[in-house]
Design a protein around this ligand. Structure first.
Ligand code: HEM
Length: 301
């Protein structure tokens, strides 16, 4: 084995690191916004016109730390792509997904610049957040694929998924789609709300109570659909075996997130609760994705 070769287990660790760093930067990015440090560095890629790195104020230091953490993320995804090509037997799936992470991080670096250069325009913020969701989904897929160890070059044809109950399968997709809609609606609430990242930043010209209502209705439809899925899947042992545990996890995190959503709304959007809400929104999405992945997974007979 050459010095640069990596074992599938070693690659799994690399994929876990990339996933963890991408999750963490979503949280640190939201803290930049919630502490009002969005324009802590008024320039990009330099922090200010005269300094590349500037920690002269707390806002600049927070924004600067987030930018430096981007370096950690970039190294973790670059490692993933470099090592994925060295895996034996060859894993084209892992190479493709790792390359997707590099492209996504490059897009995020540019979008992050756009957020700063447009003075925290809410639509550039929304795009930045939604691309983060795509990136973390890509990292999650990489993780799940990296967990499948292969010992030969022969790739067995993918068997038809075992979930034959069409109604359950459709409900899983509807829950995934509704979670996506709830997340997009949530970003519009943020764009219309008080946490812009800087007191002078423009806001979407929509009443926050109206958009929050639309957001919460989409969440209620999503959770109600998941509830129906739960009741139907319980009656069908095969479906329950496939989606039962991921569905229970999804419902647990989704209900907690819904509760936090209402509490933060009625308590004037305190920073800590909003930060938890942002972090959990990623967990809810990954929960829905996990359930979908499980429903498509070929299983041993
Ligand atoms: C499964 C449940 C939920 C999910 C997945 C979810 C997701 C999200 C997301 C992704 C954001 C935008 C984060 C950002 O742009 O940084 C958001 C913001 C928000 N959500 Fe939810 N949400 C859920 C439930 C609720 C509920 C039930 C309410 C009740 C009204 C609510 C109220 C809010 C508010 C007020 C904001 C704006 C916070 C801010 O000012 O930044 N959410 N949500």
């Amino acid at each position: 084995m050459s010095k640069l070769a990596i074992t599938p287990k070693g690659f799994l660790r690399v994929a876990q690191t990339a996933f963890a760093s991408l999750y963490l930067i979503i949280i640190t990015g939201s803290l930049v916004r919630l502490t009002g440090s969005g324009l802590g560095c008024a320039d990009w890629p330099r922090c200010s016109e005269s300094k590349f790195v500037d920690v002269s104020s707390s806002h600049a230091a927070i924004e600067q730390l987030n930018r430096l953490f981007t370096g950690v993320v970039a190294v973790s995804v670059a490692l993933a792509v470099l090592l994925s090509v060295r895996l034996r037997p060859k894993r084209r799936d892992l190479v493709g997904m790792s390359a997707g992470l590099v492209v996504g991080v490059l897009a995020q670096v540019l979008l992050g610049g756009l957020v700063v250069l447009t003075g925290l325009n809410p639509f550039s913020n929304i795009a930045h957040f939604l691309v983060s969701i795509l990136l973390i989904s890509n990292a999650y897929m990489l993780l799940r694929h990296a967990e499948i160890f292969r010992t030969t070059d022969v790739v067995l044809p993918r068997r038809e998924p075992e979930l034959t109950n069409k109604r359950i399968s459709s409900l899983v997709r509807i829950v995934l789609a509704m979670t996506g809609i709830a997340i997009v609606a949530g970003t519009v609430v943020t764009g219309s709300g008080p946490h812009a990242g800087d007191e002078n930043a423009v806001r979407i010209n929509l009443a926050i109570n109206l958009v929050a209502k639309i957001h919460s209705i989409s969440v209620l439809i999503c959770l109600a659909t998941a509830g129906v899925l739960f009741l139907l899947a319980r009656k069908d042992p095969i479906s329950w075996r496939i989606v039962g545990h991921p569905l229970e996890r999804f419902l647990g995190v989704g209900l907690l997130q819904g509760l936090i959503g209402y509490v933060q709304y009625f308590s004037g959007l305190p920073v800590l609760l909003v930060a938890i809400h942002v972090a959990l929104s990623v967990a809810v999405w990954l929960g829905a994705l996990d359930m979908y992945w499980n429903s498509r997974l070929p299983r041993p007979a």
